[in-house]
Write a protein that binds this ligand. Structure first.
Ligand SMILES: Nc1ncnc2c1ncn2[C@@H]1O[C@H](COP(=O)(O)OP(=O)(O)OP(=O)(O)O)[C@@H](O)[C@H]1O
Length: 600
């Protein structure tokens, strides 16, 4: 019911087209059942000598042409009638095809738009956890399954119902007993189709899931190909893919076997039905219980009726597939989008921050940040140090409201962070991720991606501040160099610096570098920080780093351990205390000394 509602909502604006297609298919069916009746009239009453058994208006129409003998001389009239009916049938079939194709394309566009829009508004956490291969499959092949169903099968259900309605009415009016013979096996064929449809629904689902899982492995392999090569994991990857590929093939085989069994048994039942009509019909015609014309009509109608009823099996299977696809799309649409509060609180953000007893956990019951308390003044630099998994990224993610803290308070310039508009806060917090993503665009476009840039000089200035300008000029096309699959391959450090330029071009009052200077050498790192200090001197800057030279220059150093803030202070204060900071300082300083000693 919920899925039907969803489908109807996608159909909005196209319902008239569908109604038009259904009326067209009704008319096409009507014209197709008229021809056998013309044939019956000709055989029984024009060539034969049965009395006219037609509505009055048809008799009146025929009387204009002449009496029975005249009509027998003008058999072409009946041939012409059959040709005209066939032409009309063709015309209406054309409109049915045209209108349902237009409507289904437009519905597919509606679904795509709705999906894309929804996905864009899903929370950060969803995107972190989602399986991209599966998501892609839902947005492409599931959508295509629905489109195909709507374009072809949906209207075919109308055709089957019309055919059943029209043919039964005419058959009953001609001969009830013969109708019973002609219809005897139809309910069995239909029930068989329905049972089969219920059975294969699960098989289709399993096969779809196996395909999605295979795409995920493929996608993971392609995006992680460097790791695969570096660790010589090709054999393992091939085996992993082989397993998924085999699973998909086996499940699809099972589906094909089921389909083959269905079509062959359905063929057999249909042949039994045709044989029954032929045997009983010929016998009854020979003893004069029915006319030859009536037998002709029944034989023709049987052929016309069996196909759509048999098709119902196929249509219902496709409907099963479409319903599964619709459910998979619905699952995405059911994901709650990121809440945007009604109150549009957009205070001016300067960068004074205060964390007070902050607790946060991805799962409410197991906090990854516990009782965090510290204060930062506008323009200060905060360095965060901690072992892996200690909660460093989680802490800075809270600042951009990618997640909301569960207990305690975070105040930005005196305003509780939770009460500040999410979009607004993200326009004021520049976050450079550890593994930046660059678009398949030029370097200039990548740097200027977050805002319309009026002057070229802004891009260059940001690139200079991120210490990437000189590297860019070394490329043949400079700032117009395309990045990505068909462009240049940038080093990890170059990518990070482009991401830094892209962020600092905005002059955010709060800047966060989530380990984003790790891939550049110490010298470039300190150069970037120096330029930033001059350029964005009022920005409050958070730097997650393990490099002592970076940490030592910060105004405040936070040391996290298992989600707790175990040390905080300046370099001079922390060097006096026993703890992670002093350990790291000692190790790195002695390494540096060793290194200098070796090269001097
Ligand atoms: N999206 C998430 N959903 C659930 N748990 C998460 C999520 N992101 C991180 N975690 C968990 O939260 C804890 C803190 O992770 P976080 O990424 O903040 O640590 P980190 O100190 O930044 O680590 P690293 O230095 O390795 O980047 C870890 O136990 C991690 O497994």
């Amino acid at each position: 019911m919920k899925r039907l509602k969803l489908l109807l909502s996608f159909m909005k604006g196209n319902r008239l087209l569908y109604i038009g297609s259904i009326i067209s298919i009704g008319l096409a069916t009507l014209f197709s059942i008229l021809s056998p009746l013309v044939l019956r009239l000709t055989v029984d009453s024009i060539i034969g000598d049965e009395p006219f058994d037609v509505p009055n208006w048809v008799s009146t129409l025929l009387s204009y042409i002449g009496n029975r003998d005249d009509l027998a001389q003008k058999l072409w009239v009946f041939g012409l009638a059959i040709v005209v009916f066939t032409l009309f049938r063709g015309l209406f079939l054309y409109y049915k095809g045209k209108w349902s194709a237009i409507a289904s394309e437009s519905i597919a566009k509606n679904i795509r738009e709705r999906l894309y829009d929804h996905i864009q508004h899903l929370p950060y956490d969803y995107h972190v956890k989602v399986d991209t291969g599966d998501l892609l499959q839902r947005c492409t092949s599931d959508l295509e399954t629905i489109r195909r169903f709507l374009a072809v099968q949906f209207v075919e259900i109308g055709r089957a119902l019309f055919m059943l309605g029209f043919v039964t009415t005419v058959m009953v009016s001609l001969d009830i007993r013969m109708t019973l013979v002609a219809m005897a096996v139809i309910p069995i064929i239909f029930a068989f189709a329905v049972i089969f449809f219920m059975k294969v629904k699960r098989a289709f689902q399993l096969s779809d899931e196996a395909e999605a899982s295979m795409s995920t492995v493929l996608q993971e392999n392609l995006s992680g190909v460097r790791v695969v090569k570096a660790f010589g994991r090709q054999k393992y990857e091939i085996e992993k893919f082989d397993k998924k590929n085999r699973e998909y093939r086996d499940l699809t085989y099972r589906l094909i076997r089921l389909l083959a069994a269905y079509w062959s048994s359905s063929d057999f039942i249909c042949l039994l039905q045709i044989a029954a009509v032929l045997v009983v019909g010929v016998y009854w015609a020979s003893i004069g219980r029915i006319t030859l014309g009536t037998l002709l009509v029944f034989i023709t109608y049987e052929g016309m009726l069996l196909w759509p009823v048999r098709q119902m099996g196929r249509i219902l299977t496709d409907m099963g597939k479409a319903l599964v696809s619709l459910e998979r799309i619905q699952q995405i649409l059911d994901e709650p989008i990121e809440k945007h509060e009604k109150h549009e609180n957009k205070p001016e953000i300067k960068g004074n921050l205060e964390f007070k007893n902050v607790y946060f956990g991805y799962d409410k019951d197991s906090p990854v940040l516990k009782n965090i308390t510290f204060k930062v003044e506008k323009g200060q630099t905060v360095a965060i140090l901690g072992k892996t998994g200690s909660g460093k990224s989680s802490l800075v993610h809270l600042l951009a409201r990618l997640y909301d803290y569960q207990r305690g308070s975070i105040k930005i310039d005196g305003v509780e962070l939770k009460n500040i508009d999410k979009k607004w806060i993200r326009q004021n917090v520049g976050l450079v991720l550890q593994e930046p993503f660059l678009y398949s665009k030029t370097l200039r476009e990548n740097i200027a991606i977050s805002k319309p840039i009026d002057k070229e000089s802004e891009v260059i200035e940001a690139a200079k501040a991120a210490a990437i300008h000189d590297s860019i000029l070394e490329f043949e096309k400079g700032y117009n160099t395309p990045v990505g699959e068909r462009g240049v391959t940038l080093s990890g450090g170059q990518k990070q610096r482009i991401a830094i330029a892209r962020t600092i071009i905005n002059n955010y009052p709060i800047l966060i570098f989530d380990d984003s200077l790790s891939a550049v050498d110490t010298e470039t790192d300190s150069k970037i920080r120096r330029t930033l200090k001059e350029r964005n001197k009022d920005a409050t800057t958070f730097i997650i780093s393990h490099r002592v030279s970076t940490l030592a220059e910060a105004d405040l150093i936070l040391v996290l351990d298992k989600g707790r803030l175990v040390q905080k202070g300046t370099h001079d204060e922390l060097i006096e205390q026993d703890g992670l900071y002093r350990n790291i300082w000692t190790i790195q300083s002695s390494l540096e000394k060793d290194y200098k000693y070796k090269i001097s």
